[in-house]
Design a protein around this ligand. Sequence first.
Ligand SMILES: *[C@@H]1O[C@H](CO)[C@@H](O)[C@H](O)[C@H]1NC(C)=O
Ligand SMILES: *[C@@H]1O[C@H](CO)[C@@H](O)[C@H](O)[C@H]1NC(C)=O
Length: 542
Amino acid sequence: MNSKRIAQLAAVFLLALVLWFSTDALKRYKSLPKKPIQNPEVPIIREDLIYKLTYNDKIVDLMQIQFLDYLNGELGMKEDEVFGGSLTKSYSYRDKWQYLHSFNKRIAKKGYDIRFFHRFALRARAALISYRILYETPPALLQDLATLSPEPSLTEFKASLLKVIEDVTKLLYPWINPPFTSIAQMHMSFLSGPDVGIVITCGTKQFYMAKHLILTLREIWNINLPIEVFYSGEEDLHPSMIKSFNEMENVRAVNLLAYFYEETYFWSGWSVKPFAMLASRFRTVIFMDADILFFKNPLSILNTPQFLKTGTYFYRDRKKREDMFVKGTILLSGIAPHLSRYGRTLEYTNQDPKRYTTTHMMESGLVVMDKGRSGVLFSLLMAAKMNGVRERNWVLYRMTYGDKEAFWFSTELMRVPYYFNPSHGGVIGKTTKITSNAEGYTAVCGVWLLHIDQEGDPFWWNGGGVLRNRTASKDFDFEDFTHIATHRLEGSVNGNVWVSPGNGHCLNQTNEQVFQLTLEQQNLIEQYKDIFRYGIQEIPLN
Ligand SMILES: *[C@@H]1O[C@H](CO)[C@@H](O)[C@H](O)[C@H]1NC(C)=O
Ligand SMILES: *[C@@H]1O[C@H](CO)[C@@H](O)[C@H](O)[C@H]1NC(C)=O
């Protein structure tokens, strides 16, 4: 086909999609029952059962994982360059394919208890494996796998792969429709959508911070990328505020409930993040919490070798151990019996009980993902499902803190290379004298979580920007930051470096790198305050 013909077809297809979507889907969305059932009855089971694997589970787990590492091109690569690292020199997919393919076909249609995340992963991987073979492998490999399979012809082999993808979609992700009819169609729409854009989730309470964030991106950082602000219906974001966003240039307020409504209808707080990222038209989504601000241009992430290589960029949370979330670390080690080589380097998975370990790995205030890469897209689908109403109530939010760990649990389980910025979360705030012992010591305290960039410079912070009252709508009152403290990996000590004298989170000055804000940083913060003072008007709500 020539490019003109492709463009014509795409235009017809898009028009059809828009027409169909705006009538049928919205009608169905509007006719949903008004009172959602949050907690359908389930039989009580012992918690540890949900991450106990059988011997057989572990065998098929390894089989899928090795195959994915093989598809990731790891055979023959140097040990310290690989992401997954499950392959031995003598690995041959030819020995295992027949069993693996028949296993994938079988489980793809078999229901399972949604609390068992490993069974969820086996199915999701069956789809990713089939998808990558069907759409992305070189013809020679496709042909060879067809020869090894029971299907009599290449055409039938391809049909069997498609069937696995369709069955798994029906089983795990039926909610992608509307608006998407299949994962492949979803993938195509991202490949032909805007290359990069910014996604923010926002309700009435976050409106002024979100608006301020957008103004800072435009005015301070000269970023003119399209921005989508997702809200969950007019009860979440006031219609006047929706209008206000839509009046900004290249900003669009999008009702998340018009996407994936079988799941998003049951939204609650954090759970909207992965769904909004998935719903966005953009291929690469730079997701931002409404209450973050930057010290440097956020687009620099897109040029890091780590993002270019993996199509992901994640940030670490504070390295902190909280007993109630130890469960999360146990859950992951149970459901991921063959962690990737990269995953094994993360402090969350290094659960030596005698050492200090963290129960928080990721912080999802800024998440970058390229949905044009099939592995990343499949991981985001999985992260969204983990934040689905049943999965989060029964597993994710019980064992980990909110939505955040789902993003990298998914990339890890799907064997998709991912990358964490090389520093733990630090703090921006003020120095505080702590007098728990005779002589006392100094710490930097604040509720704001500070991140540094690849170069080691302060990059962005989470927790309310410069506002003292995060929900204020006028007469803005500001924080006075004086210091930052970073918490680098190499400086980590085996002990809790966070001290809690009262308000906020405090990093002990002696253990960490503490800096006074530079003049330049102070000026930037003044500019941020000015945007609140002069750039933002209160929206009357009636
Ligand atoms: C913060 O601002 C909101 C909206 O103006 C107000 O209702 C609330 O009382 C304020 N909170 C504090 C702690 O001042
Ligand atoms: C913080 O550092 C001071 C000085 O080295 C030390 O005396 C104190 O025990 C440390 N506090 C904590 C909680 O680590």
